[in-house]
Design a protein around this ligand. Structure first.
Ligand code: COA
Length: 217
């Protein structure tokens, strides 16, 4: 007889089966849902979003804040090829959830949650960007809150690691505004030089406390 339960150890003794939870419980396999915030709809990324997102993403003010694997100058088919060869295969393998952020049905940015970090140097679980015309209107904060609810409450994730270049004050502010705890600053190679990187964590416990505090106030 073979019994296997994801996230659990099965122990057979005295003909009784006991199930012990593993210390690090694996998250459930869940398809990426459409999520609604007050002003936005976050829907699973589609290859059809490539032309609209390409136009907004082809901007050094966005790309300079991202890891050096993003090419610059950005190729004309950059978004299409990235979605086809990198993003959508990872979603299919259940390694990530990736949403197109839409405002009045128009794609304005992306938000990604990775179950496992993508690069050795890049330990974070989350990435986001939004087109420059939409900055500083609270959109990413709004999207992050709804996605965090999904990650912690629906998927049952216990902890997220987050990062941003130290100089990226908007990204830093979003973490401060959404319950993350600053851990440390590290240095990493970046486009022929080095860059300082802030590392943060957000635990399910802290997210729950943050949400309860928000409801109280
Ligand atoms: C980072 C980014 C996603 C933020 O999106 P956004 O929708 O503008 O974010 P929000 O409006 O929800 O919040 C931004 C916060 O940063 C603050 N902020 C913006 N620029 C700032 C600056 N130069 N100094 C200090 N705070 C700044 C805003 O005032 C706001 O905080 P507040 O609500 O307390 O006033 C967007 O700027 C972007 O796409 N940047 C390029 C890509 C990127 O950096 N991705 C993240 C990589 S870690």
């Amino acid at each position: 007889m073979s019994i296997e339960l994801i996230g659990s150890n099965v122990v057979v003794s005295n003909n009784k089966i006991k199930i012990q939870q593993k210390k690090h419980v694996m998250t459930k396999i869940v398809e990426t849902p459409t999520l609604k915030t007050e002003r936005l709809i976050l829907r699973p990324l589609s290859i059809d979003d490539a032309p609209a997102l390409q136009k907004l993403f082809n901007n050094w003010n966005i790309i300079k804040h991202l890891n050096e694997n993003v090419p610059w100058p950005y190729p004309d088919d950059g978004a299409y090829m990235f979605f086809k060869n990198d993003v959508l295969p990872r979603v299919k393998k259940h390694q990530a959830h990736i949403w197109t952020i839409t405002l009045n049905s128009t794609p304005i940015g992306l938000l990604e949650y990775r179950h496992t970090p993508k690069f050795n140097t890049d330990q974070e679980n989350r990435g986001f960007w939004i087109g420059e015309p939409y900055w500083n209107k609270g959109y990413i904060t709004e999207a992050v809150i709804t996605v965090n609810d999904f990650i912690f409450f629906d998927l049952g994730v216990e902890k997220m690691i987050l990062d941003n270049f130290k100089e990226n004050l908007a990204s830093r502010r979003i973490k401060e505004k959404t319950g993350a705890t600053f851990l440390k600053t590290t240095t990493r190679p970046h486009r022929g030089g080095t860059i300082e990187m802030d590392i943060w964590e957000l635990t399910a416990k802290n997210w729950k406390a943050f949400r309860e505090e928000k409801i109280r106030n």
